[in-house]
Design a protein around this ligand. Structure first.
Ligand code: NAG
Ligand code: NAG
Ligand code: NAG
Ligand code: NAG
Ligand code: ZN
Length: 228
């Protein structure tokens, strides 16, 4: 390849990434969730996470928390798309693992709660038996888990089947026509940053952290889901 062509490719690549960066506000939400989580890490956790992070993370978990969104459209990762949410039948304001946690082909466990369970188990069993061979890529497990914990706390990632978690509900956010899912993923955060935080994400994170009350957490041992 000629060097000018290579330069041109490099320029297009940089440009696409800039455009992506400008449009992917969903990144801000995930970055915020992971940044706040990191501030609660104990020393032991910091070390364990550092060991698993890819080089590109430069030691910061928050910087790779959007990775599952970046890869989900590639053909070899397409099966992970349904892992970002779980939908219930319309107006059924309850959730049943065996009824609801599957992809559109009815593959059981393919939803956000199933994925959180899967990747939590991978990380926990690896830390409990450090000498046994690890079957899974724990770097991926950590990035998936950190991302899905963020997703499940976005109200419309646990929505109704009929409107695809608000994706088919057209709304206006100020002057822009968009859909309800996108408002929650991106536009609320975008507006809050503009209105209250001088477009500074670190300032917003600081304000959120200042309002958090420290509680003692305990490990809740959820039963292993079994569906007949
Ligand atoms: C659990 O994670 C592994 C590694 O990504 C994947 O191969 C497997 O299909 C997952 N299982 C479920 C039920 O999602
Ligand atoms: C684990 O996954 C990461 C991210 O996909 C990848 O970069 C890395 O090469 C994988 N490690 C192994 C040992 O396959
Ligand atoms: C807002 O941010 C800009 C830089 O992005 C800075 O110059 C300005 O002083 C900030 N305004 C306030 C009120 O902090
Ligand atoms: C923090 O709490 C105060 C008092 O309830 C509230 O006015 C403020 O909006 C909160 N800030 C954030 C970032 O949630
Ligand atoms: Zn997601």
């Amino acid at each position: 390849m000629s060097s000018s062509l290579r330069q041109w490719f490099a320029r297009v690549l940089v440009l696409t990434q800039l455009i992506n960066g400008a449009l992917c506000w969903g990144k801000e939400g995930h970055y915020t969730v992971c940044k706040i989580a990191e501030s609660y890490f104990e020393e032991e956790t910091v070390a364990a996470v550092k060991k698993l992070l890819p080089k590109s993370a430069d030691g910061d978990l928050a910087s790779v928390c959007s990775w599952p969104d970046e890869i989900k459209h590639h053909w070899q990762w397409r099966w992970t798309s349904p892992l970002h949410y779980v939908d219930t039948p319309d107006y059924r304001c309850n959730y049943e693992y065996c009824r609801d946690c599957h992809d559109t082909h009815k593959n059981q466990d393919r939803c956000v709660t199933g994925a959180i369970f899967n990747y939590t188990m991978q990380l926990m069993s690896a830390s409990e038996n450090s000498d046994t061979t690890v079957h899974y890529n724990l770097t991926e497990a950590l990035m998936f888990l950190s991302h899905f914990i963020g997703d499940i706390h976005q109200p419309l990632h646990v929505g109704f089947l009929g409107d695809e978690g608000g994706n088919t509900i057209t709304v206006r956010w100020y002057r822009r026509k968009t859909n309800l899912h996108h408002v929650w993923d991106n536009m609320i955060i975008e507006s809050a940053l503009k209105t209250y935080y001088n477009k500074s994400l670190p300032l917003m994170i600081e304000a959120l952290q200042a309002n958090l009350t420290v509680q003692s957490y305990f490990l809740y041992e959820a039963p292993v889901p079994v569906c007949l």
